[in-house]
Design a protein around this ligand. Structure first.
Ligand code: HPA
Length: 246
């Protein structure tokens, strides 16, 4: 079997990679239970790629119901070394309007009650370094591929990970902004921390689906708006992936 060139975790609006060829669906059992879905193992540009739908088939799992540990463990056990996470987010900063693609370089965790570590429970205890939460080389690879593919991508930004599944209040978004967050999403953590614990190189493409609460002119954030913006923005991702695997 060839080495895995990349593993991709798809978020809201990204439930498969249509370009993957020769696919096999792998049902993986992990010490933490079952992943969100079967891992799709296939080929893109002649390179072996894994894909996992974070919310499962038919988007059945809320952000707090996702078994992040099992997802990352499954990808690692199949041989992944690098994980590209695709996350739908709301935009907080002025340069993060709907349909923007961004590669964040920092994250703040506001989630609670999620299984957020692979350590403990009588096993080993380690405190992994998280100063730079995203892998620098993988971020650079994403940004270089986007540039080569002619796809605009914002380099950097701080992702605020909230609990969901409800959207935030305008006051919560103002607080996130004061804290330095440029983007808000519900699935960036504990995924990034677990990837670091498991020794996986991890980076994120954040796809801005809407202005966060209180930031745009819209009276309300609607699902139609979110899905339409996601569809338009994610249409650019196959070209970026192809360039990453060139
Ligand atoms: N907030 C949190 N998560 C999100 C949003 C949002 O506004 N949009 C898409 N994911």
């Amino acid at each position: 079997m060839s080495d895995i060139a990349l593993a991709v975790i798809g978020g809201t609006g990204v439930y498969k990679l249509a370009e993957l060829e020769g696919i096999e669906r792998r049902l993986v059992d992990t010490p933490f239970g079952a992943p969100s879905d079967a891992v799709v193992d296939g080929w893109l540009n002649g390179r072996r790629v894994l894909f996992l739908a974070r919310h499962g088939e038919g988007h059945a799992l809320c952000p707090h119901e996702i078994n992040y540990r099992a997802n990352l463990w499954a990808l690692k056990s199949l041989g992944a070394k690098s994980v590209l996470a695709i996350n739908s987010v709301g935009g907080i900063s002025d340069n993060m309007g709907p349909k923007v693609l961004a590669v964040p370089d920092q994250i703040i965790d506001y989630t609670w009650g999620r299984a957020h570590t692979c350590f403990g429970a009588g096993g080993t205890v380690e405190h992994v370094d998280m100063g730079e939460p995203y892998d620098a080389a993988l971020r650079a690879r994403i940004l270089a591929a986007a540039a080569a593919a002619g796809v605009a991508m914002v380099d950097g930004g701080c992702y605020g990970a909230t609990q969901g599944p409800r959207l935030e209040t305008a006051a919560e978004i103002r607080r996130l902004h004061r804290d330095g967050c440029d983007l808000v999403g519900m699935t960036g953590m504990p995924e990034a921390g677990l990837a670091r614990e498991l020794g996986l190189a991890y980076a994120c493409i954040a796809v801005v689906a809407n202005w966060a609460a209180g930031r745009g002119d819209a009276a309300e954030i609607t699902l139609e708006e979110v899905l339409a913006n996601m569809a338009e923005a994610t249409a650019q991702l196959p070209a970026v992936l192809a360039a990453m695997l060139g």
